[in-house]
Ligand binder design. Structure first.
Ligand SMILES: Cc1ncc(C[n+]2csc(CCOP(=O)(O)OP(=O)(O)O)c2C)c(N)n1
Ligand SMILES: [Mg+2]
Length: 348
């Protein structure tokens, strides 16, 4: 893991812009929350590293988009949710699933196409769901989940159940037409939807500077009166603080809210990525100066948590991931008869 993380109060956003000073200095935050954030972010990172290895060994087929670098976004946002709230995202989705509490075993086994996977091995990396945990996928069509997430919010509004939905999408997706259609409906009906743009600076090999006329994406909802904030997405407590404002706004019936998380992905877009669109130095700099896990680790050590305590967390996470990888290789492939199940739902 990289060293040399600056303290939270000095950190700018991942895009070199200053993020909104949305939180008090992180050192003052509840230590148990920080510990939990550390554990949850580390689980995602180690899981993704292992998934990358299994892919390299030929055990995972199809697409696989890793979330390494962006862990603070989902972990911070998940801390703001209540039972029954919903989450929906794109194909870069393993971190979101683990953050909602879905089992590492079931996610990894889905990646290897085994019966023990969340979609019985038939969905793969981009197509897993858990109604129990409020996770609605996993979507490969860029931007599609934004309209679907707005639909989830519509259902909450219609049922008056007090629940909130989070729709995550990339900065690349943020200029899709259906995103703006969703903004309009959500603002018109005051739907309880938090739109979370994960601005990791690139959509495949295209930088946001080259693709977006709008430079401050948190203002993209302004024509519809949707309040927005830019957030340091590498600081889990800044994410949590902004997320709390957004979710409270929704729960109070004031309508949607937009958060632009300034974050960064360390790995390639997918598993094959020529990486010609950015320099190694750029990636290295982010790892060394803004890593979300190293940042929290440093805060915990400064607050008196010993190395031994953090090592115990590392060991716990390592064991969960090792067990998931073992399960993902020993769980059988689905039987041919599974071709005919879960394909069509008869509603009559
Ligand atoms: C409608 C549609 N157009 C194009 C693609 C191909 N595509 C897959 S991912 C991607 C980039 C999206 O980037 P961004 O929204 O920033 O998300 P990130 O990959 O950075 O998480 C593109 C263009 C697609 N899957 N769907
Ligand atoms: Mg992107």
């Amino acid at each position: 893991m990289a060293n040399g993380t600056e303290s939270a109060t000095k950190r700018g956003g991942a895009n070199g812009k200053e993020a909104v000073p949305s939180t008090a200095p992180s050192a003052g935050h509840n230590q148990d929350l920080l510990s939990r954030a550390y554990r949850d972010m580390l689980l995602i990172r180690r899981f993704e590293e292992r998934a990358g290895q299994l892919y390299g060994m030929g055990l995972i087929g199809g697409f696989c988009h890793l979330y390494i670098g962006q862990e603070a976004v989902v972990v911070g946002m998940q801390m703001t949710l209540q039972e029954g709230d919903q989450v929906i995202t794109s194909y870069r989705d393993h971190g979101h699933m683990l953050a909602t509490g879905m089992e590492a075993r079931g996610v990894m086994a889905e990646l290897t196409g085994r019966i023990g996977g969340y979609s019985k091995g038939k969905g793969g990396s981009m197509h897993m769901f858990s109604r129990e945990k409020g996770f609605y996928g996993g979507h490969g069509i860029v931007g599609a989940q934004v309209a679907l997430g707005t639909g989830l919010a519509f259902a909450n509004w219609y049922r008056e159940n007090g629940q909130v939905s989070l729709a995550y999408f990339g900065e690349g997706a943020s200029n899709q037409g259906q995103v703006y259609e969703s903004f309009n409906l959500a603002a018109l009906l005051k739907l309880p939807c938090v739109f979370v743009i994960e601005n990791n600076r690139y959509g495949m090999g295209t930088s946001v500077e080259r693709a977006s006329a709008s430079k401050d994406l948190s203002k993209n909802g302004a024509p519809w009166g949707i309040p927005g904030e830019q957030v340091d997405g590498m600081d889990v407590m800044a994410v949590k603080a902004a997320g709390e404002r957004a979710v409270a706004h929704c729960r109070e019936g004031k309508g949607p809210y937009l958060l632009e998380m300034l974050t960064y992905r360390y790995r390639g877009h997918s598993m094959s990525d020529p990486a010609k669109y950015r320099t190694r130095e750029e990636v290295q700099k982010m790892r060394e100066q803004s890593d979300c896990i190293e940042h929290v680790r440093k805060l915990l050590l400064e607050s008196g948590r010993g190395e031994a305590e953090l090592k115990a967390v590392d060991d716990e996470v390592k064991a969960i991931v090792a067990d998931a990888a073992e399960f993902a290789q020993s769980s059988p492939e689905p039987d041919e008869s599974e071709l005919w199940t879960d394909v069509l739902v008869e509603t009559r």
